[in-house]
Design a protein. Structure first.
Length: 227
């Protein structure tokens, strides 16, 4: 991370709770352009909630959040939606792909209405992931690993400043997992801040910094244990 540049992600005291219990107690996190950060934790620790907060899907109950220098707390719903659309790429656990669309159409859909105008960008993003021969295939006809790569291509196609990936290698064989993590690494090489939530130790080992969510609190991890 360039020490003189402002962080792409800057969260301080970020908190969120559910009526049924659980959530996040405190998250302090700074991620710079070109950095890859991994967040680990047991199931139910709040990792997916953190992705939803950083991805502007959920509104925090406390704390502050800046994305690309923009203070999120003061934005209207429309302004939040616009910031998410152009600044953030997200790979969710359920992928959120539309089975009746082709692979390239799903990727181009990241641009919103009139996505057909972005066919060339979508096909190029799929080619980078070795999916060029399946660009015209319906997503419903693809394997799990292939759908995962389509989801990564969709997240990366607009070259957002922030890329979030929630368990991006879950259920993938080593070869497919390596392809997905390589694509996320290339997002960072192009200048994006990349935050990956995972149980996969091989993925964690390849990231610049590691964090753990324990009892709703985000804590830095170094070799030998928590910071």
């Amino acid at each position: 991370m360039n020490a003189s540049a402002p962080p792409v992600v800057e969260a301080e005291g970020l908190a969120f709770g559910y009526a049924s219990g659980g959530g996040l107690v405190r998250v302090d996190l700074r991620v710079g352009a070109g950095e890859t950060v991994v967040v680990e934790g047991v199931s139910g620790a709040g990792k997916s909630t953190l992705v939803a907060l950083l991805g502007l899907i959920l509104e925090p109950a406390g704390g502050t959040l800046r994305i690309g220098g923009t203070e999120v707390g003061g934005l209207s719903v429309r302004e939040r939606d616009l910031l998410r659309r152009w600044a953030v790429g997200i790979v969710l656990q359920d992928l959120g792909l539309l089975s009746f669309l082709s692979a390239w159409e799903n990727v181009a859909a990241a641009f919103g209405p009139g996505f057909a105008r972005h066919e060339a960008e979508a096909r190029a993003a799929l080619e980078e992931l070795g999916m060029e021969r399946l660009a015209d295939a319906r997503v419903g006809e693809l394997s799990g690993g292939q759908r995962q790569r389509v989801a990564v291509a969709r997240a990366a196609v607009k070259e957002p400043v922030l890329v979030l990936a929630d368990e991006p290698t879950s259920g993938l064989d080593p070869a497919n997992a390596q392809g997905v993590t390589g694509a996320l690494r290339r997002c960072a090489d192009r200048g994006a801040a990349v935050v990956i939530v995972t149980h996969d130790r091989a993925v964690a080992a390849g990231c610049d910094r590691r964090y753990a969510l324990v009892d709703g609190v985000l804590t830095g991890v170094r070799e030998g244990g928590l910071v």
